[in-house]
Design a protein around this ligand. Structure first.
Ligand code: ADP
Ligand code: MG
Length: 236
């Protein structure tokens, strides 16, 4: 269970977002500049809101009213960004086990073998990141985040740097990890197809506000309709 409610001002940009979500994938969906990464930074403790409360799996990470603000490393979250950011001098295996130096989040230890199997990277363990394709690198980055046994996995546009074909190659791995590990995921994307395929719940962001929250079929319908209408116009 995730409960997020923050008011955050950053220069001229003001974010006011509240949502609650159960397990599975919660997607933050919206155009560039709508505030998706800001929500991720607030969740991760990399930015501090003027006012807010964040609770994940019965742990209060932040409550400005009560002076609670856990440091990023104490929040026990796994992070995956657009760029895999693997350690170039370490093997895939060493990259994967890096996060295991930290204490796992209460009651949930993620084991090495199932992660490597689900992400299809068991044949890559002795390789260096430089020798991997973009899709393989992202799968290793996801594995590394997962193996730190986080209470929540944050993924900020994890497929955005991949071409269309690679995106399709990595998506099934994300679906499998969603289905086989009981770790809630907050997944940021501006791509409607990705969100429609992955998310149990969608939070649509516009100008720093959550303008729609609900199941994908409901929240994405206007976007899907607009996209289809554009295509129709383009061919007619
Ligand atoms: P998204 O991830 O949806 O593209 P962001 O959360 O990165 O959006 O950005 C939201 C707004 O905050 C944008 O207007 C952006 O220009 C602004 N912004 C992002 N990072 C900073 C920063 N470090 N300092 C000032 N403004 C920022
Ligand atoms: Mg962003």
């Amino acid at each position: 269970m995730i409960r997020f409610d923050c008011h955050h001002v950053q220069g001229a940009f003001a974010l006011d977002v509240a949502f609650a979500a159960e397990g599975g994938i919660t997607a933050l969906f919206g155009h560039s500049g709508s505030g998706k990464s800001t929500v991720i930074r607030l969740l991760a403790g990399l930015a501090r809101p003027q006012r807010g409360r964040i609770e994940v799996e019965d742990t209060v990470l932040l409550d400005t009213g009560r002076g609670i603000d856990l440091k990023p490393h104490r929040r026990r979250l796994g992070l995956v960004f657009q760029d895999a950011q693997l350690f170039p001098h370490l093997s895939v295996r060493a990259n994967l086990t890096y996060g295991r130096f930290f204490t796992p989040a209460a009651g949930r230890v993620v084991a090495f073998d199932p992660v490597v199997e689900v992400l299809g990277i068991s044949h890559l363990l002795d390789r260096r990141p430089m020798t991997l394709s973009g899709g393989e690198r992202q799968r290793v980055a996801i594995g590394r985040a997962l193996l730190a046994s986080p209470r929540l996995l944050l993924m900020d546009e994890p497929l955005a740097s991949l071409d269309a074909e690679r995106k399709l190659e990595v998506l099934p791995f994300i679906e499998r990890l969603r289905d086989e590990f009981a770790i809630p995921i907050v997944y940021v994307s501006h791509a409607v197809e990705e969100v429609a395929r992955l998310a149990a719940r969608v939070v649509k962001l516009e100008g720093g506000k959550a303008t729609a929250i609900g199941p994908p079929a409901e929240v994405l319908a206007p976007t899907l309709y607009a996209t289809a209408a554009d295509r129709f116009e383009a061919v007619s």
